[in-house]
Design a binder for this molecule. Sequence first.
Ligand code: GLN
Length: 485
Amino acid sequence: MINGSLKTLSEALAKKKISSAELSTLFLDRMARANPALNAFISIDREKTLAQARQADLRIAAGQAAPLEGIPLAHKDIFCTEGWLTTCGSRMLANFVSPYDAHVVSRMKAAGLVTLGKTNMDEFAMGSSNETSFFGPVKNPWDTSRVPGGSSGGAAAAVAARLAPAATGTDTGGSIRQPAALCGLTGLKPTYGVVSRYGMIAFASSLDQGGPMAKSAEDCALLLSAMSGFDARDSTSLDRPPEDYCRELEKPLAGLKIGLPKEFFGEGMAADVRSAVEEALAEYRRAGAVTVEVSLPNSGLSVPAYYVIAPAEASSNLSRFDGVRYGYRAPEYTDLADMYCKSRGQGFGAEVKRRILIGAYVLSHGYYDAYYLQAQKIRRLIANDFALAFRHCDIIMGPTTPSVAFAVGAKSNNPVEMYLSDIYTIAVNLAGLPGMSIPCGFGEGKMPVGLQLIGNYFEEARMLNVAHRYQLATDWHMRMPEETI
Ligand code: GLN
C-alpha cells in the first residue's frame, strides 16, 4: 500500500479492500513515526484528516465517489487551506489559519483527495535546500545528513519516505523539479497559467506555478488533470478546455526527437549525474527516440536574470505583510512606522530580507533600467531560444540538477552557490514552459539523480507520455529509501 500508485490505491478503495480512514491512518502513523527525524510536515491534524476520510468513505459507500476519492494527499504549506495553519514556512504567518481554500486545494477536494497535512518549505518558497524555513530544515530520507532540495522539500521528503502517496508543490525557479530530483520523485511544473495561483501565497507572480509531486508520471497525470483548469479569480489563469493528461500516456516513443541543449551538457554537471542522464538517454534511443543537439545560447543568463526578476516581484508581493491585518505583529513598538519595521524585521528570515532588499533596489529609480529592464529583455531572449530549439525537436532533455543532494549546511552561507543549484531549471520558468523531473538512477552516496524533461507550451500530455514510457521500462521511480521500507 505505501508504495502503491494512485490507480492501485483508487482500486483498493473502490473495491472496499481498504477504507479511506484506514489508508489515511496508515500514512498518519508513518508520519508520526518519521516526522520528528525528517521535519517534512509543519502541520499534522489527525482528526481533521480522518473526518475528511470518513466523508470520502461515505461517498464511496453511496456510489458517489469522485475519481481519486479517499486518497490522502499532502499540501505544500504555501497553499491556503481552510481551517488549517498556512504558514508559507515563515514566522510572519506562523499564526495564520486560512479562512479559505486555494483553487488547487478545492480542486483536489473535489477530486476526492483527503488532506494529509501541510508540508514544510523554504520561507516564502525562497531556497533550494529547505534550510530557510522558520520551522527548521527538512532532511532527505535517502540520507538525513543531506538536504531534500527546495523549496518544496517537505513535500519531496514526505513522498520519498512514503509518508504520503503524493503531494502538491510549487515551482518558481525549480522548486518542484529540483527537490523531486534530489529525493527520487517525479514532479511536474505545468505551463504558466495552467494551474490557478488563487490562494497560493505569492512569491514571484509571473513565475509561480503549482504542480504535482508523486512517484510516477502516471500519478502526476492524474493529479494534474484534477488540479488544472480555468479560474476567473487568477487573472493569468488560461481559459482553455479541460484536459485529460492521461490520454497519451501509452503512446510509443518511436520517432520522438529529443533535443539536448549543448549548454546543459558542458562543465558544471557532476560525473555521476552525467552518467545517469546518459544512460537514460540510451534507454530512450533503445525505445526508438532520436537525439539531436540543440542550443539555448542565453540559458547561462537565466540565473542572473531570475535573481533580478524574482526578488523584484517578491519585494512587491511581500509588502502586504505589515503586521496590521493578519500575520506576525511585533509585541512592542513605539508608533505605526516602528510597528511596521519591527513586525517585518522580526517576522521575515534572512533570505527573505535579502530578496526584498535586492528587489527594492532593482526596481528603484535610477536602477530600474540597468537591472530590471535588462533582465526582462534577457527573459525574452531565453524564451526565443526555446522557441528556436523546439523547431528541431519534440522535447528537450538534460539534468535537473548539477549534483545529487548536498550536505545540510554545505551551501547555506553562500547564497550565490545555492542559487546555482537551479541552473538547469530556472530558464523553464522564465520562458513559462512545462518541465518535469523523473528519477533516472543513483549517484554519489547512493543518492537519486533526476532527468529533466522540458516540453513546448501545453505539451504536458506528451511530456507525461515520454516520462511514463521510460517508467514502464525502468524501476527507478519505485525505489524507496531503505529505512522506510
Ligand atoms: N531556488 C529558487 C529560489 O530560491 C527557486 C525557488 C522556487 O522555485 N520557489 O528562488
